[in-house]
Design a protein. Structure first.
Length: 245
């Protein structure tokens, strides 16, 4: 009898261990399937969760998927995603940015809902009578699901704009860097040319002096006649008469 009870306890303990492992694996799968730009999804929290809620939820989920306790092959990746989500939501600037997108999404959905409300007489009357009608709608599962999808849409648009801007900045920086390198290369060639020109200065001066001393050099093999100077009173050079007949 005692042995049977011990066996049953062991079986029950193993059963809970198996269920726990399944839950851990399921949580890893859930985390890895989350929308990457929304840290609230990773921590499975509503958009109005406080920083304290974020810390508590992170502690709970991180223990569930910790690589030392969870055998799932991607447990480490899921654990890292939770840590990053907590970091973003505890950062004031990041949190404010996400909350601004949530507000924009909520405003857009409520405007659309109010327009539809005007077409439905019964709902319109109910909204006039019940002051909390709109508040109740915001808390409904239908609205929360729509809000989740709309936030995804807005965050995706903002991320796409950010990446395009980063790409343009990168292209502009690349162009400026190329222009700078070309400018440097031009100045380098100019400086080398000036140095080369200055290096041959003495040679050029010497050649010019030699030229000025010797005058124009005759071509090799060329016989030049003597020059007749008009100012020569003796007329030392007279052309011989040409014999005719």
């Amino acid at each position: 009898m005692g042995e049977t009870t011990a066996d049953e306890d062991l079986l029950l303990k193993n059963f809970f261990a198996e269920v726990s492992e399944v839950e851990r694996d399921n949580e890893v799968v859930r985390i890895l399937a989350c929308f990457k730009l929304n840290p609230f999804e990773y921590l499975n929290l509503p958009f109005d969760a406080s920083p304290e809620d974020v810390k508590k939820q992170y502690r709970k989920l991180s223990l569930l998927v910790h690589p030392d306790k969870c055998k799932h092959p991607q447990a480490k990746e899921a654990f890292g995603a939770l840590a990053k989500a907590q970091q973003l939501l505890l950062d004031t600037q990041e949190r404010d940015y996400i909350q601004s997108q949530v507000k924009a999404a909520k405003d857009e959905l409520l405007v659309k809902w109010r327009k539809q409300l005007k077409k439905d007489t019964a709902s319109k009357i109910k909204s006039l009578v019940d002051e909390k009608f709109e508040e109740q709608y915001e808390k409904s599962g239908e609205f929360q699901q729509q809000l989740k999808l709309k936030v995804r849409e807005l965050l995706t648009e903002q991320e796409w704009r950010r990446r395009k801007m980063a790409m343009r900045i990168s292209e502009e920086e690349g162009r400026l860097k190329k222009d700078e390198e070309e400018q440097k290369e031009m100045w380098k060639k100019k400086r080398e040319h000036e140095e080369q020109w200055e290096g041959t200065r003495e040679q050029r001066v010497s050649s010019w002096r030699d030229f000025m001393k010797s005058g124009k050099k005759a071509k090799k093999g060329e016989i030049r006649p003597p020059k007749l100077k008009t100012e020569d009173p003796n007329k030392s050079y007279v052309q011989r008469p040409v014999k005719r007949g």
